[in-house]
Design a binder for this molecule. Sequence first.
Ligand code: R5P
Length: 288
Amino acid sequence: MILPGSHSQSLAARLAAATDHDLARVTYDQFPDGELCAALTEADADALAGTHAVVVASTLTSDAHLELLQLQDAAREAGAAEVTTVLPYMGYGRQDEAFTPGQPVSARAVAGAISAGTDRVLLVSPHEPDVADFFDVPCETVAAAPRLAEPLPDDLADPVFVAPDEGAIAIAERARDAYGAGTADYFEKERDYDTGDVEISPGNTDVAGRDVVLVDDIVATGSTMSEAIDALHDREVGRAFVVCVHPLLVGNARTKLERAGLAGIWGTDTVERDVSAVSVAPVLAEFV
Ligand code: R5P
């Protein structure tokens, strides 16, 4: 049975359909003091006894983390024989080290808590693959990048798939391979961690007259991608598209991107937004 977290209800339904599992009718309640209670119905709890529970929950907020732990525990309480936890998007995954003395390794802290309630973890395209090592149970990473070519127009002109920094070049190459045409390259990126400002240098990437697909794992504030689009327009680029695995799109990210003049943006349903045109359910189904 698939147990959806509140931020992953569409993906959970698609995964249930793709794997022929039942979809639990989870309720998400809050007590007057603010404490949460994500719960199964009695009928679903009865049906879960002795079977496989699959909790699917992007931990986009601190409440979503708590909700995930509650769903794992509800599955155990119902007598599930096995619990698999799917993290379409792992919150705190980018805090994978103490960047200054005194900071926690938050990814390790949440991985430890999640491990206590599950037999295995499936993690979709983590920002740093090494975070998988923080879990105390087997953790497999599931690559979403090959699906990023799906929504792109068929008529891209001499496309170049560009990662905004070297760290994302593998995702750009996978998207290019899936599209079946074009080249892949990366820009140089500098971020000022005090102000959040981003500076992008396109280097020698040949973009004049070509359609560009900017590819990254995450679009959060949109600063990286809007700066990249600005840099492209300085070079007489054709159309500029953005694809990403996790379209967080926080704050005024959409406005920044629209003002920069993008031709289209798509992400996956690891984060459920209006741009989440690509589902990772088929790739997850192979692992569940
Ligand atoms: C960082 O290395 C990531 O790959 C993304 O580039 C980053 O998270 C994007 O953040 P933002 O949209 O806030 O610039």
